[in-house]
Design a protein around this ligand. Structure first.
Ligand code: SAH
Length: 251
C-alpha cells in the first residue's frame, strides 16, 4: 500500500502522529528532497531505503511504488507541507488507481500555517479580512486567466503566494494593479518557516522586491500580504463578555 503523507513545513516534530507512525512502519520512503527536511527521515527504522523524488520522473516514482508492492512493503510518499497544495499527487493517485494499488492520504501542516506561526499572525482578524487566498505566480505551470494575481488582489483579502519568491517584482506589480492594496499594505517574506534557518522579513508592497533582493531570498519562501499584518482589528465577539452565544450567557 502507498501512503501519501504530509511532512509538515520543515520542523521534524510538525508531522502528524499518524504520519510519524507511517514513517516508522514504512518499507521504503519516497520523499520530495528539494523541500522536505531530511531530518524527517529520522522517524524511519534504521536501514529503511529512501528515494529522493527530485531526481525521478513520475514513471520512475511509480516504478518504485510497484516494486514496493511486489515486496509487500508499505511505501510512504512524503510531500512537503500538506500534500493537497501544489503536491502533484493527483497524477500519482490516478496512476495507482489504474494499477489497482491501494493508497491513502495523511494531511500535513501546510507552510502557510507554519509561516503564520513564525510571524506570529492571524490571517482572519475580526474587523478585517475574513478570507485567505492561497495562490501563486504563473511559472512553467500556468495560472488560469481568471485567477490572475491582479484580479485576486482586487479583493484586498489576506493572501499567501506560494512558489513565487523568485518573481517578487512582478508579484508586487500585479498585487498593486488590483487597485485595492496600496504601496503601504503590509507584507512579509517568510523563508523556511519552522526550519532552523527560518527568517521573517517584514516589509510593505513597495519594499517587497528590494527586501527579497537584499536578503537573497529566491526560493523556499512564502509571501504574505494583507492588513492582517498591520495594527488594526476589533475584539472578537466570541470572547466578548457582553455577547451571548450557545455556550455562554453575556453580562
Ligand atoms: N504542499 C506544500 C507546498 C508545496 S509548493 C505546503 O503545503 O506547504 C512549494 C512552495 O511552498 C515553495 O516554493 C514555497 O513557496 C512554499 N514552502 C514550502 N515549505 C516552506 C517553508 N517551510 N517556508 C516557506 N515556504 C515554504
Amino acid at each position: 500500500m502507498v501512503h501519501f503523507v504530509g511532512a509538515g513545513p520543515g520542523a521534524p516534530d510538525l508531522i502528524t502522529l499518524r504520519g510519524a507512525r507511517l514513517l516508522a512502519e514504512a518499507g521504503q520512503v519516497i520523499y520530495a528532497g528539494s523541500l522536505v527536511n531530511p531530518a524527517l527521515l529520522e522517524h524511519t527504522r534504521p536501514g529503511t531505503p529512501y528515494h529522493d523524488s527530485a531526481l525521478l520522473t513520475l514513471e520512475e516514482v511509480l516504478a518504485r511504488m510497484e516494486e514496493g508492492e511486489a515486496q509487500g512493503w508499505d511505501t510512504v510518499r512524503l510531500h512537503t507541507g500538506d500534500p493537497s497544495l501544489y503536491g502533484a499527487i493527483r497524477e500519482q493517485m490516478d496512476a495507482l488507481r489504474q494499477r489497482g494499488i491501494p493508497f491513502d492520504v495523511t494531511p500535513g501542516v501546510s507552510s502557510f500555517s507554519g509561516a503564520a506561526a513564525a510571524i506570529p499572525a492571524e490571517y482572519t482578524l475580526p474587523g478585517g479580512s475574513q478570507t485567505l487566498i492561497l495562490t501563486r505566480m504563473a511559472g512553467r505551470t500556468p495560472v488560469p486567466e481568471t485567477e490572475a494575481l491582479s484580479a485576486l488582489a482586487a479583493h484586498g483579502s489576506s493572501l499567501v503566494l506560494f512558489l513565487s519568491a523568485g518573481m517578487v517584482e512582478a508579484a508586487a506589480r500585479e498585487l498593486l494593479a488590483g487597485g485595492t492594496y496600496t504601496p503601504d499594505t503590509p507584507a512579509a517574506i517568510v523563508y523556511k518557516a519552522t526550519w532552523p534557518e527560518e527568517r521573517v522579513y517584514p516589509c510593505t508592497l513597495s519594499t517587497l522586491a528590494e527586501t527579497a533582493r537584499e536578503n537573497g531570498v529566491t526560493r523556499t519562501a512564502l509571501i504574505l500580504v494583507g492588513e492582517f499584518l498591520g495594527e488594526n482589528y476589533q475584539r472578537s465577539k466570541l470572547y466578548d463578555g457582553a455577547f451571548s452565544h450557545g455556550f455562554r450567557q453575556g453580562k
